[in-house]
Design a protein around this ligand. Structure first.
Ligand SMILES: [Zn+2]
Length: 58
């Protein structure tokens, strides 16, 4: 029994898992887990494509 990769859906514990935490209203909250940095960076890229307009405002 393990966690599914946020990006590809594989069992992260079968690989070399990477966990992502974000500060949400002052508290640390785990927002994702990934097989490895490959899945992490692929997911971040996909998210940035979806929300890219936010970064471009500055
Ligand atoms: Zn994965």
């Amino acid at each position: 029994m393990g966690l599914d990769c946020t990006y590809c859906g594989c069992d992260v514990e079968a690989h070399d898992p990477v966990y992502v935490e974000e500060r949400v209203e002052g508290a640390r909250e785990q927002t994702g887990q990934f097989c490895n940095y490959g899945c992490l960076s692929a997911h971040v890229e996909a998210e940035e494509l979806a929300t890219g307009t936010v970064c471009n405002l500055e």
